[in-house]
Design a protein around this ligand. Structure first.
Ligand code: MN
Length: 234
């Protein structure tokens, strides 16, 4: 198995500018549990857990050193964007990571979901960390050399300021695998100038906002709840 994949793995390692000493770690990062079970291998899950933390740290370290005068709220917003499933999936697609994922019965790479791809991307960085002897500095340097400029430019283009409902949902899915709820609290005013008040809630977090449309009120309520969650720590 390992032998038949090793040529592909070479290309991936070239992209990463990192050669694994222990190819088994790389293999593990790319192995879905369906395939692991069939072939008696370890799967990516525990690596993903570690990789998630590493990437969080790399991103926060980069943002705070590149944008020292940004407010905590803005930094939290940026961070939440750059560690989102959507963004990590984009980075994974750049290195054609979907083509390396080992899944049972997988014929084509389009079987790999965005969320799996983001998870595998996280696992990959944990694998590098373990392979290089747990040198955080070394892995951070590698991560920054690959993505530092891209992330800084995205900040400068205000790319991270996306719609708040999406941002909030990504954050709550990531934390609790739950979605926030939206509820219209009141509708005021005459037909031509309605004012909607919407409540957004998830777990103990709750905020309301008013807007001229249901949609704009939802956006503002989502922003408030997201700020509450991000400033609650953890
Ligand atoms: Mn993940």
């Amino acid at each position: 198995m390992l032998a038949s994949c090793s040529k592909n793995f070479e290309e991936l390692q070239k992209f990463l500018k990192y050669q694994f000493k222990d190819q088994g770690l790389l293999l593990q990062a790319l192995t879905h549990k369906s395939y692991a079970g069939e072939h008696g291998l370890k799967s990516y899950e525990t690596l993903e857990f570690l990789g998630d933390s590493l990437i969080n740290f790399f991103v926060v370290d980069l943002l705070t050193s590149q944008f020292p005068s940004a407010s905590e709220g803005d930094l939290a917003m940026m961070k939440s964007y750059f560690v989102s499933e959507e963004y990590l999936c984009e980075l994974a697609e750049e290195m054609l990571l979907d083509q390396y994922v080992l899944m049972a019965g997988k014929k084509r790479s389009n079987h790999v979901s965005a969320s799996l791809l983001a998870d595998i991307f996280e696992a990959l960085w944990a694998a590098i960390y373990l392979d290089c002897g747990k040198s955080v500095d070394k892995v951070k340097e590698l991560f920054t050399s690959l993505y530092g400029e891209k992330i800084v430019q995205a900040v400068q283009r205000r790319e991270y300021k996306r719609d708040y409902k999406t941002l909030l949902q990504e954050e709550t899915q990531r934390r609790w695998k739950e979605r926030p709820l939206y509820r219209v609290v009141s509708i005021e005013g005459p037909h031509h100038s309605r004012l909607f008040e919407v409540e957004c809630s998830i777990r103990e977090f709750r905020a309301t906002a008013k807007g001229r449309s249901k949609k704009s009120a939802q956006q503002m309520a989502a922003k408030r709840v997201l700020e509450l969650i991000l400033s609650s720590g953890g």
